[in-house]
Design a protein around this ligand. Structure first.
Ligand code: FAD
Ligand code: UDP
Length: 372
């Protein structure tokens, strides 16, 4: 055997695994069917700006081991995600915090905001009549009241998921923080940031000195590739590995309309959500704000923006977010059972696990699977 590991996929999981395996003295070959490394965290340089080609990525974690690990490869900047919501031209801060409550109701102290929230919740509790919230609409109204639900949640969620809030599970909304302080930081995690110089620096650092073959689809060269390594690390879709024998898993996908704007500062923030149903896109990303701060913003005379449209996924499209509903989870479980029988194959990452992982957990899992 020429290699200890054949790693299928040069995304974050495959790259962290390859780095750790190399540290342990193992010889790896990484392949990817795309023409570039990095999977979905890959950035394309346009007008000197790192454009997050597969959607905006913000690294956040509370796990010190994960944070120290990624920082040992590349330094991270001080970017803090603080999206703004635009509803019919009026702006609100996210996540729901004292700024939002002031903008919505004119309340200035936590006690005033709490009283307003309680008043709104009472109405919802009365209509629930002791019953648990059954769907996203009921859950959201119970969490934050009708005013914020109608303004900041209803339209956005229906666009994002292509379904009515009454037809969506309650859990989707539970992870949004509600804060009684003036704090627009979207995440509760201890650490967050963007690699200085962009995500490609992280991937280049991880894969430094490791053989990578691009434009190489595992399934087109399966027999030959299986014969050159002792073990395979597979990070592609789990159903594809097994020839879709139980059926195809579904995804939610996003399409991006990316344009170069002739201004150094288009919207003054990296993320602006459009929360009304009538605007067809869900949000606009202005990429330079992930890495350029203060006076640096104006040094670069242009800006690159991406409008995000939630699109119904069809087979053959880019698989973005796994749909972890009952039907798809049951199907994924059947494939996971089969995966246990593949003694020489390690399945890992978002597509092979069919789980909605952020980058932090992906790094954590890849580190955990390569005990040095
Ligand atoms: P991927 O990045 O998908 O890599 C898999 C690789 O395998 C790909 O390069 C693919 O080409 C390759 N591959 C697949 N099949 C084959 C084959 N047959 N042969 C060869 N190669 C193959 N996480 C955060 O922490 N913060 C965020 O803000 C955030 N935003 C996100 C926004 C979007 C739109 C999406 C979709 C995800 C976001 N995530 C975010 C999650 C993040 O992208 C993932 O956690 C991470 O990139 C997963 O890495 P991975 O290696 O598992 O998968
Ligand atoms: N959400 C919303 N309005 C917003 C932002 C988020 O209603 O302005 C809801 C929406 O239902 C979304 C959920 O909160 O699916 C989780 O949002 P988050 O940004 O955490 O999720 P992601 O975009 O990463 O799926």
């Amino acid at each position: 055997m020429k290699y200890d590991y054949l790693i299928v996929g040069s995304g974050l999981f495959g790259s962290v695994f390859a780095y750790r395996a190399k540290q342990a003295g193992k010889k790896c070959l990484v392949i990817d069917k795309r023409s570039h490394k990095g999977g979905n965290i890959y950035c394309e340089k346009i007008e000197g700006i790192n454009v997050h080609k597969y959607g905006a990525h913000i690294f956040h974690t509370s796990n010190k081991q994960v944070w120290d690990f990624v920082n040992s490869i590349v330094e991270f900047n001080r970017y803090t995600n603080s999206p703004v919501a635009n509803f019919k031209g009026k702006l609100y801060n996210l996540p729901f915090n004292m700024n939002t409550f002031y903008q919505m109701w004119g309340v200035r102290t936590p006690a005033e905001a709490q009283a307003k929230l309680e008043e709104q919740r009472e109405e919802v509790k009365a209509s629930l009549n002791g019953r648990e919230p059954q769907n996203l609409e009921e859950q959201a109204q119970l969490l934050i009241g009708k005013d914020i639900y109608e303004t900041l949640i209803k339209g956005y969620t229906q666009k994002q998921w292509g379904r009515k809030c009454t037809d969506l599970p309650a859990f989707i909304i539970k992870r949004l923080p509600v804060r009684m302080v003036y704090d627009n930081n979207y995440f509760n995690d201890k650490y967050q940031g963007i690699p200085v110089g962009g995500y490609n620096k992280l991937i280049d650092g991880l894969l430094d000195g490791i053989e990578v073959r691009l434009n190489t689809d595992f399934f087109e060269h399966r027999a030959e590739l299986e014969a050159i390594a002792d073990k395979i690390v597979y990070t592609g879709p789990i159903d594809e590995y097994f020839g879709y024998k139980f059926g195809k898993l579904q995804y939610r996908t996003v399409s991006f309309e990316t344009t170069v704007e002739n201004t150094p500062n288009y919207q003054g923030n990296a993320v602006v959500n459009y929360t009304e149903a009538e605007v067809p896109y869900t949000r606009i990303i202005e990429h330079k704000h992930f890495e350029m701060f203060g006076p640096d913003i104006d040094v670069c005379p242009k800006s690159v923006i991406s409008k995000e449209y939630s699109t119904e996924w069809k087979f053959g499209m880019e698989p973005y977010y796994p749909v972890n509903d009952e039907l798809n989870n049951a199907l994924a479980d059947m494939y996971r059972e089969l995966a246990k029988e593949e003694k020489n194959v390690i399945f890992g990452g978002r597509l092979a696990d069919y789980r909605y992982y952020d980058m932090g957990p992906v790094v954590e899992k890849a580190i955990g699977m390569t005990i040095l």
